[in-house]
Design a protein around this ligand. Structure first.
Ligand code: FAD
Ligand code: SF4
Length: 453
């Protein structure tokens, strides 16, 4: 049936909730071909207008139809340096797939799954990116190795720049490595994508906190250009009573410990406390990743969100996976106090019920507290997933302009400092992988234009 998309293979809920292995298993050759054959090769491909990095979607799908996966990969990699990652975590349902003509009378083409198929094939068959241009003698320092920094690096090194990324953590990849869990984005995939960039000539120095070990001004003096892509890794808290209790964590801390330090493994030297019942507060991708991770540790994992199911900002697919895995959704509720015992350990929360109000200027429905509804819930762990803001350690000592929202001020991607550019979450606040990549691509373009003047 042409109106229905081919369903990729998925690990069964009962099994996957006991492991951290990838949930979505992707298309095999036959499934990819069948799905590619649903694409109508539109003369006016609306799907492309929904892709922030303008991948030539119908052309790469045509190559799959013709069993020319190398050709498909070459087309994708002209626009994206991280297709195996985008194919897995981009919100395609709100981007390219939301624009696909097929979606008008049935299900949109599974563009993300096809992109992933091609990218995984390329990794497994050791495909290389095209050749770099001749070295141009210009040096670029990049702060942070998340998707913005990696994309900028890839685009510049191909043009002949000498590129070095400075990363504070011991592994490259930014949120792709320390934030998004293994069951959504296997770390081996991130490593392989990073290695492909290294093979192109990108140098990555880890364990270097810019702002302390070396300053932005020093990097600026020693290089022709600097690109700041230090992300937005500072977690927000609610500011309610009891939040300093021993078992209150940020989602970032939980996920970093699980992803970077393997805290979910029994032999881990830094194990995560195996609570009986935990509440994750929030409704975005980060909240969903945290609550599904806790569920996999055998914890009775609840998600508490102040709006309803339809308003959850997380990807629908992740919400459905969480439901199948047995995560409990406590919606239209919000904590007002965390309750503790004499040892400052969490024993529960006082929670208020919420009602949805009118749609506000931000396009979201407002929430109204029902003062008479405060009630107690029991738990022994609370995880805050309320969003993050940029940590400006990297900017220490410089007089770079920061705007009233606490974000680096840019014109295009150019900052207030000579030859210093910035992009990704450090400029927008926490957003998406593809928007960070788009910013990295744009900064590379502006640097190239500037160097040609
Ligand atoms: C748990 C989680 C799940 C998410 N899920 C999705 C999803 O499903 N789909 C999606 O599109 N987006 C998702 N996002 C958002 C997405 O990952 C981010 O928008 C994106 O990674 C931002 O890229 P970036 O390159 O700007 O920053 P980051 O990925 O944050 O990378 C910044 C890098 O800079 C480094 N750094 C910071 N300060 C310094 C310093 N002083 N010196 C040196 N290095 C420094 C950091 O260690 C980090 O490696 C998720 C985010 C989180 C936290
Ligand atoms: S809009 Fe959909 S059907 Fe048309 S070319 Fe794009 S992916 Fe194919």
């Amino acid at each position: 049936m042409d109106n229905e998309r081919v369903k990729g293979r998925v690990q069964k809920p009962g099994k996957r909730v006991k492991n951290f292995n990838e949930v979505e298993l992707g298309f095999n050759d036959e499934e990819a071909l069948k799905e590619a054959n649903r694409c109508m090769q539109c003369k006016n491909p609306r799907c492309m207008s929904g892709c922030p990095v303008s991948i030539r979607i119908p052309e790469f799908i045509k190559c799959i139809k013709e069993n020319n996966i190398k050709g498909a990969y070459e087309i994708i990699s002209e626009s994206s340096s991280l297709p195996a990652i985008c194919g897995r975590v981009c919100p395609q349902e709100r981007q390219c797939e939301s624009m696909c003509i097929r979606g008008l009378k049935g299900e949109a083409i599974a563009i993300g799954a096809l992109e992933r198929y091609v990218a995984d094939y390329a990794i497994n068959n050791n495909f290389k990116f095209g050749n770099n241009k001749k070295k141009n003698g210009k040096k670029v320092a990049i702060i942070g190795s998340g998707p913005a920094g990696l994309t900028c690096a890839g685009n510049l090194v191909k043009e002949g720049f000498d590129v070095t990324i400075y990363e504070v953590l011991h592994k490259a990849g930014g949120v792709l490595t320390y934030g998004i869990p293994e069951f959504r984005l296997p770390k081996i995939i991130v490593e392989k994508q990073v290695n492909m960039l290294k093979e192109l000539g990108v140098k990555i120095i880890t364990d270097i906190p810019v702002g302390n070990a070396i300053t932005l001004d020093e990097l600026s003096k020693n290089n022709d250009y600097v690109f700041i892509s230090s992300g937005a890794g500072l977690p927000k808290f609610m500011g309610i009573k009891g939040e300093s209790a021993n078992e209150v964590f940020s989602a970032n801390e939980i996920l970093t410990r699980i992803n970077l330090m393997g805290s979910y493994k029994n032999e881990s030297k830094t194990p995560i406390k195996r609570a009986k019942k935990a509440y994750v507060i929030g409704g975005g991708n980060v909240a969903m990743d945290a609550v599904r991770s806790l569920k996999r540790l055998g914890i009775d994992a609840h998600l508490m969100y102040r709006r309803g199911m339809d308003e959850l900002p997380a990807r629908k697919m992740e919400v459905n996976h969480a439901k199948e895995e047995g995560v409990v959704f406590d919606l239209l509720q919000n904590p007002v106090e965390i309750l503790t015992d004499e040892n400052n350990s969490v024993i529960g929360m006082n929670v208020i019920n919420m009602k949805l109000g009118e749609v506000g200027e931000d396009g979201r429905r407002s929430v109204i507290e029902d003062d008479k509804s405060i009630h107690k819930v029991e738990c022994d762990m609370v995880v805050m997933a309320l969003g993050t803001s940029p940590n400006h350690e990297a900017l220490k000592g410089s007089n770079i302009l920061i705007n009233e929202k606490g974000l680096i001020s840019v014109d295009g991607t150019k900052t207030s400092l000579d030859n210093v550019y910035a992009g990704g979450d450090a400029v927008t606040g926490s957003a998406t992988v593809i928007l960070a990549m788009e910013a990295g691509k744009k900064a590379a373009k502006e640097i190239i234009e500037n160097s040609n003047r």
